[in-house]
Design a protein around this ligand. Structure first.
Ligand SMILES: [Mn+2]
Length: 296
């Protein structure tokens, strides 16, 4: 839906972001910083794969901008935004802290968020469905493709094959054949996630994991995927009236909408102290819960 000028563009009720993959060189940390400095919300959900523990275990990639993102997220919590961190499979080390609070950040396996209009959304990362999807391993191929690992690979590979006297082999044809399976995976994933929400008796579900932002109805369940900050720069947001929207921060028009300070959305002050609006006082729930907790 088109943006309404009546809305305060910088103040959102809720922000969901996931799949930042901090700790890898693929993380779009600068764009992310620009985003979190220019938006403000009552609730912030970090929906998994915020850190990439797998990558950090292999080779350490951590820059000042990665640091800045973490500092800014911690500060967001201190300034009164209710921050909930739901670890994913890449940062599953944090799952053992579910139910605990670090500073002002609550860690949970999943939770339920109630929108301003009363609809209830289950929030989870989504990797728990990989085990029951046949083509789950092709997700990694999808990631590999997107990360540009196949750039030039076909050429190099076929040079090598040529040198060994082997015939030409088309990588693109191979990938095209596999893409059908990748699309089937996404379809299966979305259906299973929606089904989980149905079992939970809620109106919709917010997840991440497959790096594909989406907002659609699946047999009466609102399926919402935040996307990622690796291949794209997307966030799911809730406006003050409960309206949901996917923001694409690579879009100049989107950035301009949230640039309340007239400084250009990419040039806000590094300390992030210039944010408008007062901060609501929030009371965190008792974190000890077996089933998804209600965060509001
Ligand atoms: Mn994941």
């Amino acid at each position: 839906m088109p943006f309404s000028i009546e809305r305060n563009p910088t103040r959102l009720r809720t922000i969901w972001i996931s799949d930042l993959h901090l700790g890898t060189k693929h993380a779009r940390a600068d764009s992310l910083l620009s985003f979190i400095k220019n938006v403000d919300s009552d609730y912030l959900f970090l929906v998994g794969d915020i850190f990439d523990g797998w990558a950090l275990a292999r080779n350490w990639f951590w820059t000042q901008s990665h640091n800045d993102v973490v500092q800014k997220l911690l500060r967001t919590g201190r300034k009164g935004t209710r921050v909930v961190y739901i670890p994913g499979n890449h940062d599953e080390f944090a799952r053992e802290y579910a139910g605990l609070r670090f500073g002002e950040i609550l860690v949970e396996r999943d939770c339920i968020h109630t929108l301003a209009d009363g609809r209830r959304l289950l929030v989870l990362h989504g990797d728990e469905f990989d085990g029951i999807i046949r083509h789950a391993k092709w997700l990694q191929s999808l990631g590999a493709i997107a990360y540009g690992l196949t750039l030039g690979l076909n050429h190099v590979y076929n040079k090598a094959r040529q040198a060994m006297g082997r015939p030409y082999w088309s990588l693109s044809a191979y990938l095209k054949q596999r893409t059908k399976k990748a699309l089937q995976y996404i379809d299966d994933f979305e259906y299973l996630v929606a089904d989980r929400a149905r079992q939970e008796g809620v109106d919709g579900v917010v997840c991440g994991h497959i790096h594909k932002a989406e907002m659609r109805d699946i047999e009466g369940i609102q399926y919402l995927n935040t996307g990622d900050w690796v291949e794209s720069c997307t966030a799911l947001v809730e406006h003050m009236d409960g309206t949901l929207e996917i923001l694409d921060w690579t879009d100049a028009g989107t950035r301009a909408r949230f640039d309340s300070n007239g400084r250009g959305a990419d040039q806000t002050d590094i300390q992030g102290d210039g944010q408008p609006g007062s901060v609501p006082q929030v009371i965190l729930p008792n974190p000890v819960n077996a089933s998804p907790i209600e965060v509001n």
